[in-house]
Write a protein that binds this ligand. Structure first.
Ligand SMILES: [Zn+2]
Ligand SMILES: [Zn+2]
Length: 224
């Protein structure tokens, strides 16, 4: 094609990535209708529950390298469109909207630094289009915490989509390594919490780097 997506973005009117209404990248009604996650939640993995619990059916019996996981919204079709626009087109205002939703839903972490799940180079994401890092930078302003690139990828991950839970866990085990020494308390930021495998693999690498307590924060969470 003779012109790339960024040029098209300049030519075409801005449309809401969810409902295609012209005007904004995420229109006010769609922003207000994001499926926010509210307590009670599992204190450990953040799954919505009937009443407050410290473990739930999803995380009981799992060894998790993180102390807690929290997310702002449930991952549904609207949120998928939003995350896709953010990932594929680097739409900056979507990252800001996502960070606003997180800051509303999730109390500031007890960490001294924000880390992010490093991009998978094999996916060909351009610099600046990486949702986890972009979200961490937006949250850094809201929570007055520095962002540090504490993690590296050791190898490209195979696609997670379509893999069983067990295969997902094996797929990400060892996919991350510490890039530098971690402070004791770290908040790990990612765009979507799916099975928890990525968060767990990344948190495990942070702990190898010296972190003692890792709190995971994501914009969205798959709720089964
Ligand atoms: Zn809309
Ligand atoms: Zn749980």
């Amino acid at each position: 094609m003779w012109c790339d997506v960024k040029l098209l973005d300049l030519i075409l009117p801005v449309r809401c990535v969810v409902c295609a209404a012209p005007g904004e990248q995420l229109c006010r009604p769609c922003r207000d209708a994001l499926p926010r996650l509210r307590p009670p939640l599992c204190a450990r993995c953040g799954k919505p529950t009937q009443w407050p619990v410290t473990r739930c059916g999803e995380c009981a019996g799992r060894r998790l390298a993180f102390a807690s996981a929290r997310a702002a919204v449930a991952y549904d079709d609207r949120v998928r469109s939003l995350v896709r626009g953010w990932k594929e087109r680097g739409l900056r205002t979507l990252a800001a909207a996502a960070a606003d939703a997180v800051a509303e839903a999730v109390p500031p972490p007890g960490a001294t630094v924000l880390a992010f799940v490093p991009p998978d180079r094999a996916r060909g994401l351009e610099r600046g289009y990486q949702p986890a890092e972009r979200l961490a930078r937006e949250l850094s302003e809201r929570w007055s915490l520095p962002v540090e690139p504490l993690l590296a990828r050791t190898r490209p991950a195979a696609r997670q989509r379509g893999l069983s839970l067990g295969d997902r866990r094996r797929n990400v085990a060892g996919a991350f390594a510490p890039a530098r020494d971690s402070p004791t308390r770290v908040c790990l930021v990612d765009d979507v919490y799916t099975s928890g495998s990525t968060a767990n693999g990344a948190a495990s690498a942070l702990r190898k780097g010296g972190a003692r307590c890792v709190e995971v924060v994501t914009f969205a969470r798959v709720v089964r």
